[in-house]
Design a protein around this ligand. Structure first.
Ligand code: ADP
Length: 543
């Protein structure tokens, strides 16, 4: 007999049963392609999810088999989040915005046996179907059209279940989920999540220092369910029994604001580009929507500019800045203001809230510069390294990518940071986005954040352009707010008081749209290609 506690595996099936048993009446609302709202309860969700798990077993799913999804955020996707791991399978969420080459690479690399896909997304499959081997395609029928020959309707599959689901034995270290990084450099890399890592991430994510939700909350993840498990929100919300709202394919500001208001959303999450559009809509028409006062918006994936945080404060909505990666499940840091910092002057409070935050419990951080670990003084620069129970130990089937881990077992994030004495991390840049001018570093993120504080600027991205004399020089790409004019000279003058002269962009160009990555961030890669041949007016900077 053990002298301490019972062996009790940390598995997602426990979260599923807990939710189904205790929160049967809680609601799950999904926006469908035709914009109507589908509503059902946790009791319905529980019944259908167990039916899915049983039906997958009957269809031949073996423990460890991968089941891919190509879906927007909605209740069927939620059912696969729990149904696939409950059947012993691995849920592989696939980014539907990927290029067909990456998509086919990922489906083949993962050797997915099954695929669950929205019927509205079938054209994406069509583009790669000759290049991939998927045994069974399950189509979620939202449009009412018959599913194509050779595929099975998801609803018909559920009917094959008899209501006698038995979960196979699952160890907590068994894999439950798989997600690929979007691969801005090199091949996409897979990260395999275990039941244990997902459960621990869920427990800590539910705490006030994480996403921090209660059963009485209504949560709407704008972040796609194919982007690092929508940051863990579906698992967290289900465990807590919160009302869940899913936007389906409708991610434009009007549709989201309408859903926030209609369903009285209290917590939401997404990348900054989404919130920039929403803030713009609110600023133009502040009285149009009645949102829940104090609605919390978790913002991460790229830096949340201070101007964005201040902007939402004006509307009584609270931005919470967080940092993470596919490799870290993603919760790494959250920028909650510690109690004694609430006393600081407003300007300093905003500076802290614009940082990416301090480590979540069980996450350990350090930053390493050229001469070893850097001091936590808020000034020294180093590469952020991380370890913890939900940090990947390797990439899936890619031993050659082992150099991302240090010899003493830390994961190298590729993010350059400072860490202040309170432990708040500030992402200065991604290593590959830093601009090296005359041997000194310029942070593209600092310039972008400052530019986005200008009242006429909607979006700003800063990239390096090659320069014979200095190696690289900054180029700023600006999207002005509708109907507002601003010149390059005005923007330079706006930056001047806060930056050394040699930091100021050599060129400022205006455009209608900044290209986005598959996860909705500004695509610096595409911008660099777009402006590769751009020749700015001659400049003698840096002085
Ligand atoms: P990708 O962007 O490559 O698709 P991830 O979503 O895993 O993959 O991105 C992780 C990266 O996103 C981090 O390494 C970091 O550079 C950036 N990132 C995430 N959150 C933030 C944040 N709050 N501020 C700045 N950068 C962030």
């Amino acid at each position: 007999m053990k002298s301490t506690m019972m062996d009790f595996p940390l598995t997602l099936t426990h979260i599923l049963d807990h939710a189904g048993t205790l929160f049967g009446g809680a609601e799950i609302v999904s926006r469908l392609p035709d914009k109507s709202l589908h509503r059902y309860t946790y009791a319905d969700f529980y019944r259908r999810t167990r039916a899915l798990a049983e039906a997958l077993q009957r269809a031949g799913l073996q423990p460890g088999d991968r089941v891919a999804t190509l879906m927007w955020n909605h209740y069927v996707h939620l059912e696969t989040y729990f149904g696939v791991p409950a059947a012993g399978g691995i849920l592989h969420t696939v980014n539907l915005r990927l290029h067909p080459n990456d998509l086919s690479y990922i489906l083949n690399h993962a050797e997915d046996r099954f695929l669950v896909i929205d019927d509205t997304l079938l054209p994406i499959l069509e583009r790669v179907k000759d290049r991939v081997k998927i045994e069974r395609v399950l189509v979620a029928p939202f449009t009412g059209k018959p599913v194509p020959p050779g595929t099975t309707s998801y609803e018909e599959l559920l009917k094959t279940a008899t209501g006698t689901f038995r979960s196979p034995p699952i160890e907590e270290d068994d894999a439950a989920g798989l997600c690929y990084t979007s691969g801005t450099t090199g091949r996409p890399k897979g990260v395999l999540y275990s039941h244990r890592s997902l459960v621990l991430h869920t427990l800590v994510g539910a705490l006030p220092g994480g996403i921090g939700i209660a059963e009485s909350d209504t949560i709407l993840p704008v972040v796609p369910m194919f982007h690092v498990n929508a940051w863990g929100i579906p698992f967290i919300a289900t465990m807590i029994g919160a009302k869940q709202v899913f936007p389906g394919p409708h991610l434009d500001p009007e549709s989201l604001l309408d859903l926030f208001e209609r369903e009285r959303v209290t917590v939401t999450a997404g990348v900054p580009t989404i919130w920039m559009g929403i803030l713009d809509a609110l600023d133009k028409n502040p009285k149009r929507w009645r949102l829940t006062p104090g609605m919390r918006m978790l913002v991460g994936g790229s830096a949340a500019p201070e101007a964005l945080i201040r902007g939402f404060d004006r509307h009584g909505l609270r931005v919470v800045h967080a940092w993470g990666m596919t490799e870290t499940s993603p919760l790494g840091t959250v920028s909650a203001l510690k109690r004694h910092l609430e006393e600081l002057p407003e300007k300093e409070r905003y500076e802290i809230r614009a940082k990416q935050g301090f480590a979540a419990p069980f996450v350990e951080l350090r930053a390493v510069g050229e001469s070893g670990e850097i001091p936590w003084d808020g000034k020294a620069l180093g590469e952020l390294q991380i370890r913890g129970p939900w940090v990947a130990a390797s990439y899936y089937r890619m031993p050659e990518a082992g150099d991302r881990w240090t010899e003493d077992g830390w994961f190298r994030t590729g993010d350059v940071v400072t860490i202040d004495p309170e432990g708040y991390v500030k992402i200065v840049d991604r290593t590959k986005d830093l601009i090296k001018s005359g041997g000194e570093w310029i942070s593209s993120v600092d310039l972008e954040n400052a530019l986005m504080a200008h009242p006429a600027v909607k979006e700003a991205a800063v990239i390096a352009m090659a320069n014979e004399k200095w190696g690289e020089r900054p180029l700023a790409v600006i999207v002005p707010k509708d109907g507002l004019g601003v010149t390059a000279e005005e923007l330079r003058a706006f930056l001047e008081p806060n930056f050394a002269k040699w930091w100021l962009p050599d060129a400022i160009v205006f455009t209608k749209e900044i290209p986005r990555t598959a996860t909705g961030k500004f695509s610096k890669l595409q911008l660099r290609e777009q402006y590769a041949n751009y020749r700015p007016p001659p400049s003698d900077l840096p002085a």
